[in-house]
Design a protein around this ligand. Structure first.
Ligand code: AMP
Length: 192
């Protein structure tokens, strides 16, 4: 199994809601021995703990809108300061806007780790809607109206980051067995 070794992995896993980012991020994190950094998980934890931040973001998340750039950039900045991010990290669900992508570039430059690899999972929209509605995790934002809103937000706000990353971008077909998709990602990262 390939571990982080002496290579530092600055990875971004992007794609529309339901593309399998979380599933693949967990696998990749275990494989490389680096943390998965999911802004969605961090925000859900804040909501669950009813912190000040949680109270501010709850309604926004339930609508399927994006939380402000300032809030998520600060979450990521604080997370990167923890030592487990030293050998690398897999960002899952961040950046979600071009402004976040630019902030990430700056943050990484400040940390002296500017080489970034972006994996974009590509899945057709009809498949995404079926997957999310079948997910049944009981997520507050997994109902049909919110899913459609999240897909719309993805198209208008997040898809433009792919152009920002045209260099160092690996587009991966996100339909198939989970193991198979993992192997395509591993191939793109030259892990296997
Ligand atoms: P996710 O688990 O990544 O699908 O995120 C769930 C929800 O959290 C999103 O629909 C947004 O409301 C919010 N969220 C997560 N990450 C971000 C981000 N990078 N920027 C803005 N909002 C975010």
């Amino acid at each position: 199994m390939t571990r982080a070794g002496d290579r530092q992995w600055n990875l971004v896993l992007t794609g529309p809601p339901g593309a399998g980012k979380g599933t693949q991020a967990v696998r990749l994190a275990a494989r490389l021995g680096i943390p998965q950094v999911s802004t969605g998980d961090m925000l859900r934890e804040a909501v669950a703990s009813e912190s000040e931040l949680g109270k501010r973001v709850k309604a926004i998340m339930e609508r399927g809108d994006l939380v402000s750039d300032e809030i998520v950039i600060e979450l990521v900045r604080e997370r990167f300061a923890r030592s487990d991010c030293g050998p690398g990290f897999i960002l899952d669900g961040f950046p979600r806007t071009v402004a976040q992508a630019k902030a990430l570039d700056e943050l990484l430059a400040q940390l002296g780790r500017s080489q970034i690899t972006v994996i974009a999972l590509e899945v057709p929209e009809a498949e995404l809607i079926n997957r999310i509605l079948a997910r049944g995790e009981g997520r507050a934002d997994d109902n049909e109206a919110t899913v459609r809103k999240r897909l719309q937000v993805y198209q208008s706000e997040t898809a433009p980051i792919l152009e920002h990353y045209s260099a160092g971008l690996a587009r991966i077909h996100g339909v198939g067995e989970i193991d198979e998709i993992e192997s395509w990602i591993a191939e793109a990262l030259q892990l296997s």
